[in-house]
Design a protein around this ligand. Structure first.
Ligand code: PLP
Length: 392
């Protein structure tokens, strides 16, 4: 069909630059090893930190929920789509997070949009780290509040922003807890101290910290012992928790307000029973099997040390997110392609997801990777890295 020639032109440019990508379908469940193109390969690209995506207890919880409550909910939460399990899960999450209340959304992406678009008015200002996740950036695009961007994890720049905005009614400072592309942790104690000094609200997006950092995976706020001092925590159920969804953990009044004004809550059908039941099971497993988190961190240290020993640049990560920075976008994709040939699935990530010149292959090990698998993966990195002259 004609009419989309302008799109085709841009796509052609992407092909010429070597950054045009096709999707990579998995032919197996999400696990430490997956099947791609009929071949079993080591998975290093998922956010399935704890191996929950296909954990037997999670599958069973989902199946039981389908049998008892069906496949879908038939309505948005505010009309006829709230089941008892939704509310029970939110209470369980609130007690897990040590907050007054939580509210679950269809994704972390929409949870951020709901908070940022609804809690602020044009008398307010939102102050945001320049490398915050796209869902925060898009949420900020929807707010009527003024915007102020501070330099990445730069506390002088944040303080300047707080000083410059003292005439607004409310200031909301928002940061990723763990930055998703570099894997560095936000300096939350300093951010909290500044927000307390300048009387600002703090919002932390803990997507990559949920299930990974803090006691039993409670997140960065717990990791830094800041319980009760961060106003709004956003978490995801889509990464370490292994299923799908997002949530806001805050006060009862924030929950009540979002139920009335959060458009991504009001106008989308609620989570299917299988999703909610499996998420709820995940919280139980986190409480009962904290050794999974220990294994995740052991594997992370082992794999990172192996990459560094080979001479790869893994940036400034202090979490399981381990970028292998190569610079050029096309090169990142070449490395990824070669790795797949050698039995390792690790995706290349280039502009616009990361800055130009900072393209990388991004890896995340999981609790389910054995030392043998990690050694195999390191051998593939060595071979591919030498062939592409990324290491010598
Ligand atoms: C992945 C991610 C999200 C989105 O979470 P989903 O549940 O996958 O929509 C939000 N914020 C950050 C920082 C993320 O890394």
């Amino acid at each position: 069909m004609n009419g989309f020639e302008y799109l085709e032109e841009e796509l052609q440019e992407m092909r010429e630059e070597g950054v045009f990508r096709t999707l990579v379908p998995l032919e197996s469940e999400q696990s430490a090893k997956v099947v791609i193109n009929g071949k079993e390969v080591i998975q290093l690209s998922s956010n399935n930190y704890l191996g929950f995506a296909a954990h037997p207890r999670m599958k069973l919880a989902a199946v039981k929920a389908v049998e008892q409550f069906g496949a879908g909910t038939g309505s948005v939460r505010t009309i006829a789509g709230t089941f008892t399990m939704h509310e029970e899960f939110e209470q369980k999450l609130a007690s897990f997070k040590h907050t007054e209340a939580t509210l679950v959304f269809q994704s972390g992406f929409t949870a951020n949009q709901a908070v940022l678009a609804s809690l602020l008015t044009k008398e307010d200002v939102v102050i945001s780290d320049e490398l915050n996740h796209a869902s925060i950036i898009d949420g900020i695009r929807l707010t009527k509040a003024a915007r102020n961007i501070y330099k990445h994890v730069d506390m002088e720049s944040l303080e300047q922003a707080l000083r410059d905005t003292q005439n607004y009614r409310k200031r909301l400072v928002v940061t990723d807890g763990v930055f998703s592309m570099d894997g560095n942790i936000a300096p939350l104690p300093e951010i909290v101290a500044l927000c307390e000094k300048y009387d600002a609200i703090i919002m932390v997006d803990d997507a990559h910290a949920s299930g990974v950092l803090g006691r039993n995976g409670r997140g960065t706020v717990d990791h830094f012992d800041l319980n009760g001092r961060v106003h709004i925590q956003v978490g995801t159920l889509s990464k370490a928790i292994g299923v799908l969804g997002g949530y806001v953990a805050s006060t009862q009044s924030v929950r009540d307000y979002l139920i009335h004004k959060g458009r991504p809550f009001l106008f989308t059908t609620s989570q299917p029973p299988a999703v909610t039941a499996a998420c709820s099971e995940a919280i139980d497993i986190l409480l009962e099997e904290p050794e999974r988190i220990e294994r995740l961190w052991e594997n992370t240290k082992y794999f990172k040390a192996g990459l560094n020993k080979l001479g790869f640049d893994t940036g400034k990560s202090d979490t399981p997110i381990t970028p292998v920075v190569v610079g050029d976008g096309a090169k990142a994709h070449q490395l990824s392609d070669k790795l797949l040939e050698y039995g390792v699935f690790a995706q290349g990530i280039a502009f616009p997801t990361v800055q130009k010149g900072k393209a990388r292959v991004r890896t995340i090990v999981t609790a389910d990777h054995t030392k043998e698998l990690l050694d195999e993966a390191l051998a593939a990195f060595e071979k591919a890295g030498k062939e592409l002259r990324i290491i010598s």
